[in-house]
Design a protein. Sequence first.
Lengths: 460, 460, 483, 483
Amino acid sequence: MPFIPHTEAETKTMLDAIGVDSIEQLFDEIPAELRINKLSNVPVAMSEMEIGRLMSDRAEQDAHLQCFIGAGSYEHHIPAAVWEITTRGEFYSAYTPYQAEASQGTLQLLYEYQTMMAEIMVMEVSNASLYDGGSALAEAVLMAVRSQRKKTAKRIIMPRAVNPNYRRTVRSIVSSQNIELIEVDYDKASGQIVIEDGCADNNDISALIIPQPNFFGVIEEVDALTNWAHKHNILVIGVVNPIAMQLLKAPGQWGESGADIVCGEGQPLGIPLSSGGPYFGFMCCKEKFVRQMPGRIIGRTVDVEGKQGFSLTLQAREQHIRRSKATSNICTNQGLMVTAATIHMSLLGADGLARVAAASHKNTLSLITAISKIDGVKVAFNNPCFHESVIQLARPASEVLDELIQYGILGGYDLSKDYPELGNAIVICATETKTDADIAAYSEAMHAVMHDLPIASNDQ
Amino acid sequence: MPFIPHTEAETKTMLDAIGVDSIEQLFDEIPAELRINKLSNVPVAMSEMEIGRLMSDRAEQDAHLQCFIGAGSYEHHIPAAVWEITTRGEFYSAYTPYQAEASQGTLQLLYEYQTMMAEIMVMEVSNASLYDGGSALAEAVLMAVRSQRKKTAKRIIMPRAVNPNYRRTVRSIVSSQNIELIEVDYDKASGQIVIEDGCADNNDISALIIPQPNFFGVIEEVDALTNWAHKHNILVIGVVNPIAMQLLKAPGQWGESGADIVCGEGQPLGIPLSSGGPYFGFMCCKEKFVRQMPGRIIGRTVDVEGKQGFSLTLQAREQHIRRSKATSNICTNQGLMVTAATIHMSLLGADGLARVAAASHKNTLSLITAISKIDGVKVAFNNPCFHESVIQLARPASEVLDELIQYGILGGYDLSKDYPELGNAIVICATETKTDADIAAYSEAMHAVMHDLPIASNDQ
Amino acid sequence: MLIFEHSVDKRRNPSQSPRDMADISDLPQSCLRETAPKLPAVSEMQTVRHYTRLSQKNFSIDTQFYPLGSCTMKYNPRACNKYAMLPGLLRKHPLTPAKYNQGTLACLYELQEMLKDVTGMKEVSLSPMAGAQGEFAGVAMIRAYHDARNDDVRSEILVPDAAHGTNPATAVMCGYKAREIPTDKNGDVDLDALRAAVGPQTAGIMLTNPSTLGVFERKIAEIAKIIHEAGGLLYYDGANLNAILGKVRPGDMGFDVIHMNLHKTFSTPHGGGGPGAGPVGVSERLVPYLPVPMVTYDDKSYRIISEDDCPNTIGRLSAHMGNTGVLLRAYIYARLLGAEGMVRVADYATLNANYMMVRLKEKGFDMAYPERRATHEFILTLKKQAKELGVTAMDIAKRILDYGFHAPTTYFPLLVPECFLIEPTETESKYELDAFIEAMAEILQECHRDAEMVKAAPHTLPVRRLDDVRAARQLDLVWKKNA
Amino acid sequence: MLIFEHSVDKRRNPSQSPRDMADISDLPQSCLRETAPKLPAVSEMQTVRHYTRLSQKNFSIDTQFYPLGSCTMKYNPRACNKYAMLPGLLRKHPLTPAKYNQGTLACLYELQEMLKDVTGMKEVSLSPMAGAQGEFAGVAMIRAYHDARNDDVRSEILVPDAAHGTNPATAVMCGYKAREIPTDKNGDVDLDALRAAVGPQTAGIMLTNPSTLGVFERKIAEIAKIIHEAGGLLYYDGANLNAILGKVRPGDMGFDVIHMNLHKTFSTPHGGGGPGAGPVGVSERLVPYLPVPMVTYDDKSYRIISEDDCPNTIGRLSAHMGNTGVLLRAYIYARLLGAEGMVRVADYATLNANYMMVRLKEKGFDMAYPERRATHEFILTLKKQAKELGVTAMDIAKRILDYGFHAPTTYFPLLVPECFLIEPTETESKYELDAFIEAMAEILQECHRDAEMVKAAPHTLPVRRLDDVRAARQLDLVWKKNA
Ligand SMILES: Cc1ncc(COP(=O)(O)O)c(C=O)c1O
Ligand SMILES: Cc1ncc(COP(=O)(O)O)c(C=O)c1O
């Protein structure tokens, strides 16, 4: 029996101890009319050898495309040590550290993680993870609303330059709580957020969301936006890329008093692309808001002998204590991903992460410089970008992307659904994983596609 | 500096403590005329990302051939748990367990391994590994000679039906010690060893090597051979496949008193094919020979409080104690491979390994039954085989094998160099990893190759 | 020691990043940060050693028996991890067009189909990222259903007092009031109280069955009737699905919507806190509201269903398909079990729990519901010991750690005083159960012999008992040099 | 507990083997075994838990400082393991024709080339599976060389008394007598004794340089001259190559043949005893005798050189290319270091050793060769402590374990009484070295304060001091039920 250790003889002994004749009898409290006896749509068991072969075959399908998509998920180098340690049984197969004394490994690691995130963001506190970037933003919105109880309405400015899938996620999650999400537009030339002057006049806006960089890869004027918000008693929620934050001004330093809440997608910190998950959402805030923060928080304390130790703290915010009055319903979070990210950050260090950030910026710049020389290809915005950029094409984006696949290239993310006003636009990204040769190959392929040249043979 | 933690400041402090100005000065005892200052044929450093990509590209080359070669190395299913646990740092990065108290993990595991091997072989004792099957056989020959000091000469019967690469290895290793290796032939019809009657008349033969199954996959008459040897005061060295031993009579039960020394290749017990290594050699023997055994041996003992513990024992056989009088010069062995094999045997159990053995036998039988129906393909020997069989072809073997590659099939091992008398012969193997579809694909491909049909298209 | 304390300024680990620091002078100075974050500057070996040693300070399924009730700490097959982490799968960008990611989608689609069968629901969406998010999706669908019918007076979700904290918290996140329903003395929902509470304001009820009290709610059909007649819907919290896999299906019990905790029943790892996966299944009437994306199969290929295909969806709960890698692990696990293996999960999880319950009774422990069968878990109350010997459930839990076992869940459900919720799971052998039972018996002796020693437990772990009050009062959430 | 003690008859672990037991009735009954071996019958989780917990009982580089002299316990980069274990590489059958295994062969060929450069030898063969097998290959080549010249009176190999045990043992395996040469008081080979020992019977000498005494043999040129003039050859035991990587090359010192321990200098893991890799390099005149197989490159492809190409080879030492997977790890490591990184290995290994030597001297320890520079390792003698306090090197070694460090090598080389051979390696930080130095100082205090406690060490490990005598006298090598 897969994974069940009982022999017939043991089962018999156990049934005797209980005083029943069969396992079936143990289910006698279930009304007979509800019972089923088998599953009809679950296939028969496979051996590990068989499933291994099936999965290997499936993993091989289209396994070798060079990926130039970013748009919220980024391909970065991940040191071998990250996942070899993360998948050690003691991390992999432990539960949430409810028994602190038997979970010091995970707890200390999470405390170290909180410290690292607070350092990167220049914020006072960090929680121990949320599900992903999108849902973290939704939680940040809820948190901002809770922190602005004095406001007459619950209105949030959520610029269109925020990742469209994050906006969708926020909408789904906060929609039942009478929160109004105001979508403000971006400047067609610079790609940056524009906020109409009068929009805060009613003093009923709880928070402004500032993406950095924004979904177009464009670097926002975070200082001005932050100061504007704070002037109108609006909280600032930064939604940022943690790799970009190695070089760009940290949210805690935006404007005169810094962002109030910062969240985002932790995936670029050592998590594989993996078709979208598991990733993890991070969240930091100013200490004064910590009791409004959702999710687990780890604190350092001492044991009865005065020795340093770690435990879950501020649990009175959480569902298992506060139930319907909790800051969020989150329980299981993304602990293992945070384990990986912590090891990843420790292996790269600030110096390594800054190099990753700079190389990604440089590669993207090289790529757009090269392809924008091609007839029918132009860069959409004139403002500096970080490691992504919007490109406008003289042919339908989906066609171009499909043809690039023939060259083994995943050429970018098609914006026509989310931003039809941009025309045939795609957003592209070249991280540090791309070599000069990869960039040249992309640019040659783009040239061929835009000029309808025959596909070059792959074998030389 | 890759893997070196020193900062400039630390280096300075350390140099000051030593009282020198530079690291260079620490090399001042090396005669200046011998010093070099750089390496000219070592390329500049790669980052882990770069070497990862290089290795991935190299690993992809020809990565998807279906392998029907056995000939000493066998593709078997290996549970995921085997290498996930084996490569845990505590096993992976420990040294030989010289400090027993700090190495109880490895030591207990090795003791368990010894027990498992002794069980499989039905022998009294086992060592903790030798390098591989071939060198283990060489050590067995040396051990037999040492155990037969009364013999007038050092002669060993090493049948031609033993793996040719093992025979080469034995020859290289024992050649300086005046040992004569007598190669006896096999029966052309059955593929079994034949020993001329008078060959033991001089009472100067130390040992007879019996392969089970032999290199042709043929099952030997081990009882008769063992009895014959013992009658002539010749020791029996079994060289066996550990998977086959799950079903075939164990060496300890051969004839009336069993084999004296048993050795072989441990690779089929959880070790990947990996272009030939690292594998591990195993060796078991009757207890009376244990002081002649080469390699590490672990014993169970107690600590000062009477608690069970494990340590290296009978070290007086070994080079680090006995130096020039040691039973062998072996020091580093294949500990990590034994770690994997022990976990593998524990995961499959006797029942699982027997199923693996039976399925491999059955698959090979299905395959040879299918292809021997093809014109120009015939089975070479009439005796039962275990999980390999020699096939004779109406066309040159190397040609046929090359053409099978076009169908994605590594079709077998060409015997023409080692056994020219067999003509266009190959030895083939289908382990439990092969599905009915794989076997059918081989047989169709063989049909096409032998009849010169065009290659079927792969895309459907 | 913290990783930061190994750090030395200017130390670099050059193998792990680009050789050169690329020029970024094209970026305006004003947008750049002035000082780098103070991440640890440690060597690769220091990192490996530090985190390897930290890992050894954890209890885990791979090292200890872990009978944490409601959490289903069973063996996480290593194959699930290995094959979900094949490079070809990890490399896939979530925005890869479906036609170039058929391998992953095939697994997800087949998982959806299997989960439909196991739950008896009409359709399944995989994207919620944990149980609580599944609950959110479920209650949001209940809301969407009522809204679509312009039934806008429904303002309450009923929740038994034994419910997990996520249930009431979820109701509130969906804009409802959570109203508690008491439990009767046998662990069933108090039907009279339920009848009294139900009304036109009732949007639905959230139930776990078997409940978190370790017993099967026998009157489920009647409860369904009461709720449905009032126009409410039934939500099934699938955290305890392990108890009934292949035995009885939430869909057949009358539930309208269910979430599953794949990280419990489908054995994906808990990872020291997550990730999980909380797919939701629904009956016919809630199908239009399922969260996107989902996977469908047509014309020989797999396709992603998004907002465009589902105008009434409650929307998207994450940027993509949720915790895909977790779903792949669950898929592999399901295929390894097969139909027969799944049924056996419930069989042996139940056998183990009932065996432990009976044997612990013999050893002198009191059960919260002694007249009931255990399901896959059961509750023991240490009320008597607390009163007579002054040792609490917490004390005994800490002492269990000294014996090399993880403690059961303590003080949940809240309504049973000084309780242990014990869930052995099907993957533990009789040997482990017996060893735990003996340890419990021995601890009971210790409580009589030397209660102070028990109250001072644990004695053999990396730290002694921690000061949680201090942790909350003197907040130290982020390490500071020289602090 | 042993894994066998978890075993219960008839338990199966079905995921790991074919569903059915295939029919084998075609095999004659007489060749079949009657009873299955009594391997453990345990579940997958029991196996995982048992071996995970066992692993935690080991000291290792990933968890402890491990200054085991002569063993070069440095960090084993995880990348080497990951990329040597890519499925495409593991899947390759050793008898795959070379043209279908170009990826692996490219790595091996490039490794050969790098090792040539590092050692200054003419050609390199990778196949020996550890240092000792490399030694065998080396001495066998020396023998083949003399044999080819019909120089058959040479019967002795000279070996310094400080040599590793494998050296004399190897000489004997190759049919030679091993003759010991004494060491002078500064740790150099006693040249007068050497001159006296050399003669027409001298086949060669085996030397380590730096020697196992932790010092560089300064008169190497003179030694080479003495041996060569007598018609003998020089063998270099490369165990200590870490000390001189990129600083001085054995080929330039006059050696004719060398083995390398890639599991030391090239950081492949020791794996609790192996596997290693012991490639050999030779000067021009020994090229014809190199062991096969080797890899060559021509016509844009890699080819395997076998017996057919090398009529004078000493032959084959394993069925295939030796420990290929280890060679791949060494290749990856070499590429990660690059030329500059390799030179730095010797720099910092030497810096660390000299620093420790100086600091330990300050703490009151005696060095065996106080006038000499340490190389990558050095020897400390506890003769005084043994005499004055009655604590042996073994006692102190065991006490070091209690402090969370692995002990240095003890009682080797044999000629230094009560010795520790200490090799920190370049991958340890100053912090770790200082912690070890402080621990040593503290233990020295303990020896004065409470020698009995030190003699009873270790106190904090899974077992106390083990009875080795009993292990050898009452042999218990194989577990038996009810034994
Ligand atoms: C009964 C019950 N419901 C819901 C949950 C919440 O699930 P998750 O932690 O996956 O969000 C849990 C988890 O502990 C639970 O036990
Ligand atoms: C100096 C010296 N020579 C030779 C060897 C033998 O090498 P191996 O253990 O790889 O066979 C060793 C290993 O400890 C050694 O230290």
